[in-house]
Design a protein around this ligand. Structure first.
Ligand code: ADP
Length: 358
């Protein structure tokens, strides 16, 4: 059995997989940085899984930087590289490292693996990942990386297994964090998130795309720390409409809430156009994530914005959140595929485990 660990600064989400099957899970919140090892023990106890049944642990790590571009065994060198990426993901990577250290303290002899949110986008061409900055600034690692990679890799795996992977796929991961990915023959060629998960679509609490000079103005007025909080935690749907939850915005019935919803779908369509241009056309659209899987109204708006590409959905199927949404006239296939990030991490780590004969 493999333990999948998603360690946040004050939370720990655990899932246990036997092959491709999820067999147990536990979530713990409000734990201090020092408390992760105890929380890990509590989580295993809560899930009823003794340590002796585990063959290893695989961790979700947000940022792999330019070098860590595939799921790998955790070694001292990998830990050093994840640590080197801390400036790129100051909130996430330290927490992920704490998770790795906590498991090592608990089970020093078991193998650990790291799976990176950025890795799937390593196939983006340089022209897509490069910011037009002077060399010295680019040498700091200031470039686009992209995120939600595990979710996109899972979509590719699921569609391939069904023999449905199209040449040009627009993948829409719409949750509290939201991004789009242009996938050609199963490989990412462009994505809306950039240096950090702030860029691209309007999100629950993040602005999405914003001019760098507007960011500088906020930093000038409020200082860098406060500007970062405004951009990442107080903006997006929350900043425009008063809530970061789509369900609350639909119910609110205020002009602000309606505008926030309109902003979300308008920018999703605008960015989708950019993704389609990067692929030179479109064969299929797939939705995943809390909003993508459940919010028929949002999907309807986005899909109608893409009608000029030959996208045509069946209203009744869409209302029922069915897995196939295109109507017979659509030139583009439209699907919902549930997000499977943990299963993807489990399968990738198990493949390494089998290959190493550990
Ligand atoms: P995360 O990005 O944190 O993993 P999820 O993918 O679970 O989040 O998405 C969470 C968001 O999905 C919520 O904030 C909410 O806006 C939206 N959501 C979840 N369920 C529904 C639903 N039934 N209808 C509409 N929106 C939903």
């Amino acid at each position: 059995m493999l333990l999948i660990v998603n360690a946040g600064s004050s939370s720990l989400k655990l899932k246990m997989f036997d092959g491709a099957d999820e067999v147990a899970q536990a979530s713990l919140s409000e734990i201090g940085t020092d408390g992760h090892r105890i929380a890990l023990e509590q989580g295993l106890a809560k899930a009823g899984v003794p340590l002796s049944r585990l063959s290893g642990a695989a961790h979700r790590v947000v940022h792999g930087g330019a070098d860590l571009t595939a799921t790998c065994r955790v070694t001292p060198e990998v830990i050093a590289r994840i640590t080197a990426c801390v400036p790129l993901a100051p909130l996430h990577n330290p927490a992920n490292l704490v998770g790795i250290q906590a498991f090592a303290a608990l089970a020093p002899d078991l193998p650990q693996f790291a799976c990176f949110d950025t890795a799937f986008h390593a196939t983006n061409p340089d022209v897509a990942t490069t910011y037009a900055l002077p060399q010295a600034a680019r040498d700091l690692g200031l470039r686009r990386y992209g995120f939600h990679g595990t979710s996109y890799a899972a979509l590719v795996r699921v569609l391939s297994a069904r023999d449905q992977l199209p040449k040009r796929l627009l993948a829409c991961h719409l949750g509290n964090g939201a991004s789009l990915c242009a996938i050609v023959n199963g490989r990412s060629v462009a994505t809306t998130m950039g240096y950090s998960p702030l860029d691209g679509l309007t999100m629950g609490t993040r602005t999405g795309g914003i001019d760098g000079n507007a960011v500088l103005r906020l930093a000038e007025l409020h200082g860098v720390q406060r500007a970062g909080e405004i951009l990442n935690r107080e903006s997006g749907l929350l900043g425009l409409g008063g809530s970061n939850d789509l369900r609350a915005l639909h119910l609110a019935g205020t002009p602000e809430a309606a505008f926030a919803l309109q902003h979300f779908t308008y920018w999703a369509v605008r960015h989708a156009g950019s993704m389609v241009a990067a692929m030179g056309g479109l064969d299929a659209v797939v939705f995943t994530g809390g909003i993508g899987e459940n919010d028929s109204g949002i999907r309807k708006e986005i899909l109608s914005g893409l009608a000029f590409l030959g996208v045509s959905s069946d209203a009744a199927r869409n209302d029922r959140n069915e897995s196939v949404l295109h109507d017979p006239t659509s030139r583009v296939a439209i699907w919902i595929v549930p997000a499977e990030e943990e299963r993807q991490i489990a399968l990738e780590a198990q493949a390494l485990l089998a290959g190493e004969g550990v």
